[in-house]
Write a protein that binds this ligand. Sequence first.
Ligand code: CP3
Length: 355
Amino acid sequence: MAALKNDRFLRALLKQPVDVTPVWMMRQAGRYLPEYKATRSSAGDFMALCQNPQLACEVTLQPLDRFPLDAAILFSDILTVPDAMGLGLYFEQGEGPRFKKPIRTEADVNALPIPDPLADLGYVMDAVKVIRQELNGRVPLIGFAGSPWTLATYMIEGGSTKDFRVIKAMLYDQPEVLHQLLGKLAQAVTAYLNAQIEAGAQAVQIFDTWGGVLSPAAYQAFSLSYMKQIVDGLIKQQDGQPVPVILFTKNGGQWLEKIAATGCTAVGLDWTTEINNARARIGDKVALQGNMDPCVLYASPKRIREEVATILKAYGNGSGHVFNLGHGIHQFVKPEHAGAFVEAVHELSQPYHQG
Ligand code: CP3
């Protein structure tokens, strides 16, 4: 495997000195790029794109060809895991993800298989291998999965939800059934992430998009404890290199100490927590990733630079910060604005990394 030409993303996660603050964007490959839409339509649909390793590689590299990003993220989706458990994932145009067979009863949970990553999700591992090959050491490759709680919201509701009605009824009425499901998902996600690491992912991120809708007690019991199980079960070193783990709970700002105590390498922050506050609380234990409001990218490049400057100043001197948005980039953002963001992080962060 080619040696890394740009390793500042991995170095910042390990709090080793860097020349400038590394930056990538959640959902950096996607619909805000016209070339993404072109590749997706040539594939047929979104799932066909995920299942074609050559095309998944192509869209993974598209944002890197436009912007000097410091990491690539595997092009796939968190919902490939429940799909491999037999739920039948499909995407309704403009409606988001849906499952043909949502999970509703204890019998449904008991019947769920734990997928074998190589046999059932081999297309993802093939994509990881092709992307590593094509990257040829340009930047590190991030693998990812959904948190058990976040996956369970889609599996039980049958798709996206605003009120979490069915899963929260289960949480309060039949907690043992939900625990049974989350335990299976923790096993499935651990095996899936380890397979990605063995295929070539150099860091992994767990997306807990919906952990922040839980009460503090429920967050601990139904989301965080399963993410901790996953962190405990992950491969710690591959090819002699540590494999950093980033935990991102959207709206998790009040639980940072607990998230950092899982043993993860870095904590992802959304924009509702100030990064200086996060650094004071957990900066001695973990690196931080984030945290600009993705809506800033709707504003002018001049305003984008100002917001980047504010976050860099708030974090302060030294390594341990991976710049990112506080959630995924929106589909109506102009690509030039994403470019202005990436450029501003590199330019304006230099003074914070001297000596
Ligand atoms: O970041 C990247 O560039 C890698 C690719 C990636 C996708 N989804 C591609 C995608 C990643 C990391 C994800 C994660 C994901 N998927 C999450 C967690 C992160 C987050 O944003 O909170 C969630 C909750 C999902 C589930 C999912 N997939 C939803 C709710 C949707 C529909 C919403 C939408 O934006 O339309 C998807 C579809 C999806 N996944 C798209 C992409 C590029 C859009 C599909 C299309 O091309 O039309």
